[in-house]
Design a protein around this ligand. Structure first.
Ligand SMILES: Nc1ncnc2c1ncn2[C@@H]1O[C@H](COP(=O)(O)OP(=O)(O)OP(=O)(O)O)[C@@H](O)[C@H]1O
Ligand SMILES: [Mg+2]
Length: 314
């Protein structure tokens, strides 16, 4: 039987990344950044691009404008082998942009959502869904239209026989209004970071948060920055230490690269503990180069980083 494809549904934007910034921005003043990069941004696109480079047959469903950035995004996805049949370019909308002001391990982002807010549940290629084996969705709170139907989206994907994964990402409003009771039963792999998990449950610790969502969730993977990640499932709790290193550039997209590593192994039928460990490695590799896709411009490149910096054979 032919191996089924991955369908990524989500937001698309470019990242304008400012690095080596001399101070913090203040209204009425001007400061200088000594480095600038224009790259493929957005959680979903970084995930799609990197998991395709890891060897997974991947298609993208999302919206951009019919403008320069829309063309840039589409060509960057295509360069990485992502099928853009279900990517739509809207005449009347502008493509999304995130300005990233990067400071060491963290960053301040400003996002213009643009076309990404137009994506709705009816834009998913339900009539062609049989070619896909897995659906991944990312960045709920930036996508105002589709977020209303997030439960229906996952329920429908499961009813069509797909496995599913979800990375909520942060809520710019800090409210984290997500009906986890209704949605998580249809999510096979839930991939929050620590603050997102605490945000949706209003708990103070990860263990308390897990007690709250456990009745509704299948497998939950909590991302913990350089500390690594934790898997919770029916078998209990597994902690996987991060791959510490001295070649840190930035952590932009580390979570999405982690997801790419984890889901690539999941789709190969590997045990969840192996998926977790590989997620940590791919997340750590991400942090050795600029932006979310810099370390994954080719298969040769990330294999070389794995060997030279982490002494790991991929
Ligand atoms: N400095 C680092 N060194 C080694 N590994 C790292 C580092 N930062 C992140 N990672 C790896 O990448 C994974 C995901 O990173 P992180 O926890 O920052 O995700 P996130 O908060 O979802 O990030 P994002 O902003 O990309 O959504 C971590 O679980 C870890 O395995
Ligand atoms: Mg994240």
């Amino acid at each position: 039987m032919e191996k089924k494809k991955l369908l990524v549904v989500g937001e698309l934007n470019v990242d304008l990344i400012l690095n080596d910034i001399q101070g913090f921005p203040k209204i009425g003043e001007e400061i200088v950044a000594n480095k600038m990069n224009l790259t493929l941004g957005s959680s979903s696109a970084i995930f799609a691009s990197n998991i395709s480079t890891l060897g997974v047959d991947t298609a993208f469903c999302g919206m951009v404008g019919e403008d320069y950035f829309g063309g840039f995004i589409e060509s960057k996805l295509q360069e990485k082998g992502v099928d853009c049949t279900y990517l739509r370019r809207l005449k009347e909308k502008q493509s999304g942009v995130t300005v990233v002001m990067n400071y060491d391990q963290d960053r301040a982002n400003v996002t213009y959502c643009g076309a990404m807010e137009e994506l709705g549940i009816q834009d998913i290629p339900w009539d062609h869904i049989g070619q896909f084996g897995h659906l991944h969705f990312s960045n709920l709170f930036l996508q105002n239209k589709i977020r209303k139907d997030i439960v229906a989206l996952f329920e429908k994907a499961k009813s069509k026989g797909l496995t599913t994964s979800l990375d909520l990402q942060t809520d710019p409003d800090g409210v984290f209004d997500f009906d986890y009771r209704a949605c998580l039963p249809f999510v096979d792999i839930f991939l929050p970071n620590k603050s997102e998990l605490l945000g949706i449950t209003k708990a103070d610790t990860i263990d308390d948060a897990m007690e709250i969502i456990k009745p509704f969730a299948n497998s939950v993977v909590v991302k913990m920055g350089e500390q690594g990640s934790i898997l919770y499932n029916g078998q209990g709790k597994t902690v996987a230490q991060g791959y510490l290193h001295d070649s840190f550039v930035d952590a932009i997209g580390a979570g999405d690269s982690f997801n790419a590593g984890f889901i690539s192994k999941f789709l190969s039928g590997e045990k969840l503990e192996a998926c977790l460990n590989f997620g940590n490695l791919i997340g750590a590799i991400n942090t050795t180069a600029a932006g979310g896709t810099g370390a994954f411009d080719s298969r040769e490149h990330y294999i070389k980083i794995a060997k030279e910096i982490f002494n790991q054979e991929i």
